[in-house]
Every structure is written in C-alpha cells, then in structure tokens.
Design a protein around this ligand. Structure first.
Ligand code: 0K2
Ligand code: SF4
Length: 316
C-alpha cells in the first residue's frame, strides 16, 4: 500500500535568485567564449555558485584565483565581486585582453572610496574580512586609508587618527539590519562622518532580505539555496533564523535533510543572488517526491533593473 504523502506548503520568495549583476557577469563569460573561443580564464568564481561555475567550465571557462595563473595571450574575466586596481593594471602590463564583470553597483562603491580619499577622509569600511569584494574595494585606495569594521563592537572601539575626517562605505551584500546598527553607532560617535545615502547594500540584497522577513512569520522552516561562501545567501539563512524560523543553507536538493523537515507543514524557500532558478525547481521537485506540495509565490518587490555589457562584448 502506498504511503500517503504529508501536505507541505511551499512559500517561495520573490524576488529570489539571480540579480542583474550576476546575470551580466555570467553573460560576459559566455560572450567572451563566443568571441575568442575556449579557453577563457576567469579570475575567481564568476559568482559564488558551483553549478554556475561547472556549467561555464563545460563551455570552456577555466577558473583560477590569481592573474599569475593566466597564461599569456588568453583573455581573462574578473568576477562580479570586483578586483583591486592592481589586477587590471597587471593585466594591462602583460598585454592581456580582460573583461571586467564587476557588478556596476560594486564599481560605484569603488568610485565612492576613491572620492572620499581624494577629499582627505579616512574610510571606515563595513564588511566581512577576507571576502573578495572587500579585498577589491580596499584595493581601490592607498594602503592605510581604509579600516575594516566587521561588527558593532568594532564600530564602538575604532579609534581613527582624525575623528573629523571620516567616511563610511559598505559591502553590497550585508545584513540590512546589522549594517543599520553599525552605521548608527558610527554616526553617534563621529557626528560629521560622511557616507552614501543609506548604505551601499544593493537593491537585490535588500529585496531578498525583505522577502524572507515577510514570509518567515508564516512558515516553520526556511531553505535558502546558495553557497556557504556567498555572503548574500548566508545573510538570508541567518535572517530567517533571527526571525524565529529554523533555516538551512543548501547548495542543491540532495542536501535536504528529510528528518529536519519532520512535522513541518509550511516551508519558506528562497535563493541567493548567485543561485540559478533551475536549482529552486530542483528543490521543489525533490520535495514533491516526499510530500504533497502546494506552491505559493510571495512577491514583496518587482525587479526590472538590468546592466549594460562592457564595450567590446555588447556586439558579440
Ligand atoms: O554574496 P557574495 O558577494 O558573496 O557573492 P555571490 O554569492 O557571488 O553573489 C553575487 C554578488 C556579487 C557581488 O556583489
Ligand atoms: Fe550587484 Fe547586488 Fe547582484 Fe552583487 S548582489 S552582483 S552588488 S546586484
């Protein structure tokens, strides 16, 4: 006798998954392969998703962590997270053709950093140590002109040389709530600190977080599709947990733990900005093998933004 499947309502967040910067970055690699033929080198994972990276590998992309690993005469693409200024400079010095897939919203932060330093300000940069975007943004300005602020405690304890010549900037993929608190602390301590309007958290990061916040009260568990090295995805899983819902970050459907779902009748689902929709469908189909699933999409914002391709590839 067939075992009856238990009902499971899936509350699927919208927006979720790919943002305009990720779309553009992947397209740049595809077009570079089309234009130059394989192989095309990519410095760092183009976006933090193994499925995407593996897909591009099969088309002829080779992923490396440093420019030194790129042979002469082969084109190279820089990842969506951005690179220190020294990287394109070195590529130029070597005569390499390169394409910069840095998200325009990350490049905007790079320009803000340069401008602040030109104005003689020291920058307090809110972000996560070691993240490629942070390394890239630090690499836009002379060494010593930026201090990393990772936590509110850092914001309380930082002792800049000149408290009246300060600016702050942020990584684009941070927790909206944590960042607001850190900024409030900095503004309280350094009353004339300059910053961008709000912060530099991008539309995609904040929209995905807002959707999780809206859904969390209606479900008993949350699955976030994304990679552990994906800052924006990690923030979504963390946020669901803070909203009182148990949550897990999974790369693929095969990481779903059915025991963990025991007793759950409504499940939130979202995907980080670097996770393709096909992986969301894979998760839904996997769950449908074990549960009697109903899908409900909960839309908290509509995204229409798209970014132009770099010159040289827009006609490819
Ligand atoms: O969220 P992360 O910055 O770690 O990066 P990904 O998961 O690759 O998402 C794309 C965002 C890239 C730049 O903001
Ligand atoms: Fe750009 Fe935001 Fe997407 Fe990062 S998450 S690539 S900053 S749009």
């Amino acid at each position: 006798m067939a075992v009856e499947k238990k009902p499971l309502q899936l509350m699927i967040a919208a927006p979720r998954g790919f943002c305009a910067g990720v779309d553009r970055a992947i397209r740049i690699v595809e077009l570079a392969i089309e234009k130059y033929g394989a192989p095309v080198y990519v410095r760092h994972e183009i976006v933090h998703n193994k499925f995407v990276v593996d897909g591009l590998k099969t088309r002829g992309a080779i992923f490396v962590e440093t420019l030194d690993a790129v042979p002469d005469g082969v084109p190279v693409v820089f990842s969506a997270h951005g690179v220190p200024k020294a990287v394109p400079a070195k590529a130029e010095a070597r005569g390499l053709s390169y394409f910069d897939a840095t998200c325009p919203l990350v490049s905007k932060v790079h320009s803000q950093a340069e401008r602040m330093v030109e104005q003689g300000r020291h920058i307090l940069f809110i972000g996560h140590a070691g993240h490629p975007e942070v390394i890239g943004t630090f690499g836009q300005v002379p060494e010593g002109s930026m201090t990393l602020i990772e936590t509110e405690e850092d914001a309380r304890n930082v002792t800049p040389d000149d408290a009246h010549a300060l600016g702050f900037l942020t990584q684009t993929t941070l927790s909206v709530d944590d960042t607001a608190q850190i900024i409030a602390t900095l503004q309280q301590r350094f009353t004339d600190i300059q910053g961008p309007r709000g912060e530099d958290i991008c539309y995609a990061t904040s929209n995905r977080q807002a959707a999780v916040k809206a859904i969390a009260p209606q479900c008993q568990a949350f699955l976030v599709i994304g990679a552990p090295n994906s800052s924006n995805s990690m923030r979504l899983a963390e946020l669901a947990a803070r909203e009182g819902v148990k949550s897990r970050l999974i790369r693929r459907a095969d990481e779903i733990d059915l025991d963990w779902l025991d007793g759950v009748t409504s499940l939130g689902i979202t995907a980080g900005a670097s996770a393709p929709e096909i992986l969301v469908r894979e998760v839904v189909e996997h769950l449908a093998q074990y549960f009697d699933v109903t899908e409900q999409e909960i839309t908290t914002a509509r995204e229409t933004i798209s970014f132009k391709l770099p010159r040289g590839l827009d006609q490819a």
